[in-house]
Design a protein around this ligand. Sequence first.
Ligand code: SF4
Ligand code: SF4
Length: 125
Amino acid sequence: MSITAETKCSYCFKTICCQYITQQIDSPKKKADFQVMLWQIAHANVEFYKDEDGWFLMFITPCEQLEATGGCAIYNQRPDICREYDNDYCEYDASAEENFELYFKTYDELLSYCRKRFKKWDKKK
Ligand code: SF4
Ligand code: SF4
């Protein structure tokens, strides 16, 4: 049986789109901006990415309204952003990462980027 838009979510056992939140941030430019990001990404489940829309902070944290069966406990009142998410071509079909220009999952990855971007990163003031 072929997967259709109506049935696709029932095949998506990890309910991928309900496992994280994102927040767009101002594009970091100065060392001080990246210092704040390093502090943030030093915490568990915090990541950053940049895509064609800009920079985003991401928290890997499942929605508490997600039911064990994969359903939404507040389906009729779910937020607009959930309502508007189109499953025609979604993360079940292709990972969002494919559109990331930059992706930092760990403190060390971001620190390595900072050292490349700012030649004097390790120099004390
Ligand atoms: S919209 Fe896509 S990613 Fe979200 S639960 Fe359905 S199939 Fe999975
Ligand atoms: S409110 Fe429902 S649809 Fe929205 S992220 Fe949570 S479980 Fe998913």
